[in-house]
Write a protein that binds this ligand. Structure first.
Ligand code: ADP
Length: 371
């Protein structure tokens, strides 16, 4: 038996799921940790609550989601003191994300000292992107000194979904090229060549690339200088604006795409423009990754928006028929696994992501445990 507990620790929440093989035995979410009105005062109490709740018999591993693995971590890694220190050293690269994972790791190691723990990094899948896809054309010595380069995120999702796409199409993942579009609150695109990431839209942080719920995605960096120098905004405020008050929220006042779609249906001009900006950005990345890959065997939508919005899927790929890309309206509405009409050159798929399952599988792999 190889049961795995997957923990996804955020700054004020812990998501957990207990697996037996691919089967989920228990799952839950503890929110508003340490906030007034929250259930628990800190991460220790949250994790203690989870341990009390679930049956720990036969637990073979704990898999931790860690957002940033820097250039250092290119695979799931069994956690020891040294690994913790290396993840700590990455905090300056991911000040908004890594501290929470470290807290989760520290508490879980104390509570379950005899269970091996594995760190699974959002960045690791992108370690295969070639240098020309991660280097930005800035002063080389500055980039090296400060570890400035593209890292990419959502790696467990892109890995899982690209592999599943090949399975759905009855192909060998090692010989299949897929453009994966992970469209959730955060959103990113990835070009996957034979199971390996070769391009992705997020960067040093999850800020660039596609338009997201509250993040801007790509902008000209001059916007930041301008807001600082001309508008007089402090840098922290600009960062907060671009990460938490931009994207769909910035354009419409609502970060949830469902709200934007409702307002658009009612004729709201801001919502209509936001939808168009959102879908056009996806189309631009699809075009870019067609060029990166040369041969594309599938385009796959996943995550909250990608799995649930026929409107976004249709609009993002509209006008691409000359490139052999089309969406069949009826299949798209029914959300079939393949939503392109039969006979189009590049199949378009909708594949539900499962980052926790992928983390559980990768944790077992790191420990050479059977599934
Ligand atoms: P996260 O990135 O937090 O894991 P999800 O992948 O669950 O988020 O995606 C959440 C987003 O999915 C919501 O903010 C919402 O905009 C979108 N979404 C969920 N259901 C629908 C739907 N039926 N139609 C359109 N958008 C949806």
């Amino acid at each position: 038996m190889s049961r795995v507990l997957v923990l996804n620790s955020g700054s004020s929440s812990v998501k957990y799921r207990l697996f037996d093989g691919a089967q989920t035995l228990a799952k839950g979410l503890i929110e508003r940790i340490g906030e007034s009105g929250g259930e628990v005062p800190d991460h220790r109490a949250a994790l203690q609550g989870i341990m009390d709740e679930i049956d720990l018999a036969g637990l073979a591993a704990v898999g931790h989601r860690v957002v940033h693995g820097g250039a250092d971590f290119t695979a799931p890694t069994v956690i020891d003191d040294q690994v913790v220190a290396r993840v700590e050293a990455l905090v300056p690269l991911a000040p908004l994300h890594n501290p929470a994972a470290l807290t989760g790791i520290e508490v879980a190691r104390k509570l379950l000292p005899e269970v091996p723990q594995v760190a699974v990094f959002d960045t690791a899948f992108h370690a295969t992107i070639p240098p020309e896809g991660v280097v930005w054309a800035i002063d080389k010595s500055l980039a090296e000194q400060w570890q400035i380069r593209r890292y990419g995120f959502h790696g467990t999702s892109h890995a899982y979904v690209s592999r599943r796409t090949a399975e759905v199409l009855g192909r060998d993942p090692a010989g299949t090229n897929v453009i994966t579009l992970h469209l959730g609150n955060g959103a990113s695109a990835c070009a996957v060549q034979g199971g390996r990431s070769v391009a992705t839209s997020m960067g040093m942080s999850p800020l660039p690339g596609l338009v997201m719920g509250t993040r801007s995605g790509d902008i000209d960096p001059t916007v930041i200088f301008h807001l600082h120098r001309v508008a007089g905004l402090p840098l922290d405020e600009i960062e907060d604006s671009l990460t938490r008050h931009a994207g769909l929220l910035g354009l419409t006042g609502a970060n949830d795409l469902r709200t934007v779609l409702e307002r658009r249906a009612a004729g709201d001009a801001d919502a209509t423009l936001a939808f168009d900006v959102y879908c056009r950005r996806i189309r631009e990345y699809v075009g870019a990754y067609l060029a990166v890959l040369g041969r594309v065997d599938a385009i796959t939508f996943t995550a909250g928006v990608g799995e649930n919005s026929p409107a976004v899927r249709a609009a993002s790929l509209s006008g691409l028929e000359p490139l052999g890309i089309a969406v069949d309206p009826a299949r798209n509405e029914r959300r079939e696994e393949i939503i392109s009409p039969p006979g189009t050159r590049i199949p378009v798929c909708v594949i539900p992501t499962d980052e926790e399952l992928e983390i559980a599988d990768q944790s077992r792999e790191a420990l050479s445990l059977p599934r």
